[in-house]
Design a protein around this ligand. Sequence first.
Ligand SMILES: [Zn+2]
Length: 128
Amino acid sequence: MSEAETNNATPEDAQNEYIEDGKNKLIVKCKFCGSKILEKKTATYILQEKELPLMQQDVNRKEGEIQKEMVKEYFHVENMYMFENIGFTHQVDSYKYLTCADCDAGPVGYFEIDSKQSYVALSRVVQC
Ligand SMILES: [Zn+2]
């Protein structure tokens, strides 16, 4: 067998309009107020399945219920000092959620307290 391996792509190889060399190609901003969250090429694109609370909870939800959705695409930020602007919620289990520092929209991702790693959901921000 001398067949060359042709399909060994990893998430780091992902190339699309938002990703270059596995990093965010564009500036990451808040969807609502345009506040700058990340400078270009400061975060690594990863695929992982992680539930986040919805940004807008249904007013008719059951009392105490937190509505969540599965999010699969994230930018991994290894050092929280890479953020241009970011806010944190109070601790929930072993996480804090990330919010816009200017308008409090969120969660736009989560911060893992033990590992001090941050993950920004692509679907919760704009890039330009
Ligand atoms: Zn904002």
